[in-house]
Design a protein around this ligand. Sequence first.
Ligand SMILES: [Mg+2]
Length: 93
Amino acid sequence: MKETMKKILEFRDERGWKPYHTPENLAKSISIEAAELLECFQWNHEFDPIHVNEELADVLIYCLQMVDVLGVDAKQIIFEKLEKNAVKYPVQK
Ligand SMILES: [Mg+2]
């Protein structure tokens, strides 16, 4: 994760994009890229796996940039949410 984050932030900083990466802009970008991912499945259930991977990567890249801008720990917030979800959706016995 650390190497991935370093690479993403280097890409952003080399292009001087950091000032534009506000939480609001990143949230919009995550939503736009999620729509592009959904578009891969528009009209039928067949899809191009390469295109899906590219759009999924776009979503993940923006999510990790938001993690950086908010100064939160991705692993920590994921684990906390999974704990909350486990309470909300208990395993059926
Ligand atoms: Mg895209």
